[in-house]
Design a protein. Structure first.
Length: 475
């Protein structure tokens, strides 16, 4: 049923209705719309704007409708414009004209943004839960390889040897920042818009703070015009989703490289691989590739909403109907990708021997020569130059750094004696990196322990917030 039309001589053209219609995607807001309707009913009853008998009938109908929506018994139909009109149709079919009483003091403008905030909070908490599970998979896998050396890379070139556990654990720290962003986002998003009306508030005796508390929000709007036009929380949620997507994409890139024949470090489990329709030998790391590929749509959804928002004047504009599909898509995408990547990581095995053999190649121990000289008070610029000359000497003669003779070392620099060979080992290089956050295995083990403790704390906080939200929704 239409929620407007009294001043119109005729209804909209078919093409206009088709363009305006949003129920085919905003129907997923129905549970949140019903819950916000219960909160609005409570203040209408408290203020005496709805008779107790009618309020009781509406409350019962809302509960029935909630059950029917959850079971699929009540659904939107072709003539419904949006989720709000569909649910009002359901109410009036149960109650007659009294079903329309709930519209007093409320506009779709404040109603829809309240619903969308509730939906966003619910689903971003679920994404946060999935991220903590991914962190555990990363950190547990990192624990397996703390004492295993591997080449560290910059520019996809061998740089310095590292603990492979250190390499894996780095991703958990990126996702920790994503969790921090979600937590910050929650504090800004937990603001109720109900009571703002179309844009100017209401002349009815509504109490926005009462409604906000009823819905579990921590605050209510300070400016009713801003309340109905604000979609910062949508753009921020999409940014957080895009960052998560970028972090997943980096994992996807590394797993794709590591599982290639050229690297042959990673053995991705069959359950997280796919084959070829023409080449029977193929085992493709498609989950890693999809994680990498899906990041594009997450960034695109953010750009879509930012572009839509950038020039909107005054209060509500119909452009804001375009806020939902990008948000829904980003959330759905992450809820597909995160469990698959978590499983892929947890079940991947790495070839310790191949990584260890590769660790010193590409003259990755050259920095040890520079540091050896620096510890003898040689200015680092000179030490760096000397190390570079050692590399050049090995490069032209087809040798490794430790194979240079004492005379050749001294030829490069008078302070560079044969003792430098003592530091030209992979394990020596890795164990010497003892600065905070460094790759020495003893430090990496402690870093992982701290990260797991922080993860456990975050998991409990997320579980508590999800439980409180679930309790609010069932009230």
């Amino acid at each position: 049923m239409a929620l407007w039309g009294g001043r119109f001589a005729q209804g909209p053209e078919e093409s206009v209705f088709a363009l305006s219609r949003s129920v085919h995607f905003d129907w997923r807001l129905a549970p949140y719309d019903l819950r916000s309707s219960k909160a609005h009913l409570a203040i209408l009853k408290k203020s005496g704007l709805i008779a107790p008998k009618d309020a009781e009938a509406i409350a019962q109908a809302l509960n029935e409708l909630s059950t029917e929506v959850a079971s699929g018994k009540f659904v939107a139909i072709d003539s419904d414009e949006d989720v709000h009109s569909a649910l009002e149709r359901g109410l009036t079919s149960k109650l007659g004209a009294v079903g329309g009483a709930l519209r007093a003091g409320r506009s779709r403008n404040d109603q829809v943004t309240t619903d969308l905030r509730l939906f966003s909070i619910d689903h971003m908490l679920e994404i946060a839960r999935l991220i903590t599970a991914l962190q555990v998979a990363l950190l547990e896998k990192a624990t397996e390889y703390v004492n295993d050396p591997a080449p560290g890379f910059t520019h996809i070139q061998h740089a310095q040897p590292v603990s492979f556990g250190h390499e894996l654990a780095k991703h958990a720290h990126a996702f920790a920042r994503d969790l921090d962003r979600i937590n910050d986002w929650l504090s800004r998003t937990s603001v109720s818009s109900l009571g703002a009306g179309a844009l100017a508030g209401s002349s009815l005796a509504l109490e926005p703070a009462f409604t906000a508390k009823n819905l579990g929000f921590t605050a209510t709007f300070a400016n009713s015009i801003d309340a109905v036009s604000d979609r910062d929380y949508v753009a921020e949620a999409l940014f957080v989703c895009a960052m998560i997507g970028n972090h997943l994409s980096r994992i996807g890139e590394e797993w794709t490289l590591w599982s290639s024949q050229e690297f042959a470090w990673a053995k991705v489990a069959d359950a997280y691989s796919t084959g070829s329709s023409i080449m029977p030998q193929k085992k493709n790391p498609d989950m890693a590739e999809l994680a990498r590929g899906k990041s594009g749509r997450l960034v695109g959804n953010l750009m879509s909403v930012l572009t839509m928002l950038k020039g909107l004047p005054f209060a509500y504009n119909r452009d804001l109907q375009e806020d939902k599909e990008p948000l829904f898509d980003s959330i759905d995408t992450l809820m597909l990708v995160l469990p698959a990547v978590t499983g892929m990581i947890a079940t991947t095995d790495f070839d310790r021997d191949k990584m260890a053999l590769a660790a010193p190649t590409g003259f990755s121990l050259a920095t040890e020569i520079a540091d050896y000289l620096a510890k003898k008070s040689v200015p680092f610029a000179d030490a760096h130059d000397a190390a570079g000359k050692c590399v050049a000497m090995c490069d032209t003669s087809g040798r490794q750094l430790h194979q240079l003779t004492d005379a050749e070392f001294l030829q490069v620099h008078p302070q560079l004696d044969g003792g430098v060979r003592d530091v030209l080992t992979v394990h020596g290089a890795i164990n010497s990196r003892t600065t905070s956050g460094g790759t020495a295995p003893i430090l990496v083990a402690a870093q992982i322990k701290d990260a797991l403790a922080a993860n456990t704390k975050t998991e409990k906080e997320i579980a508590s917030k999800r439980a409180a939200f679930s309790e609010m929704m069932s009230a």
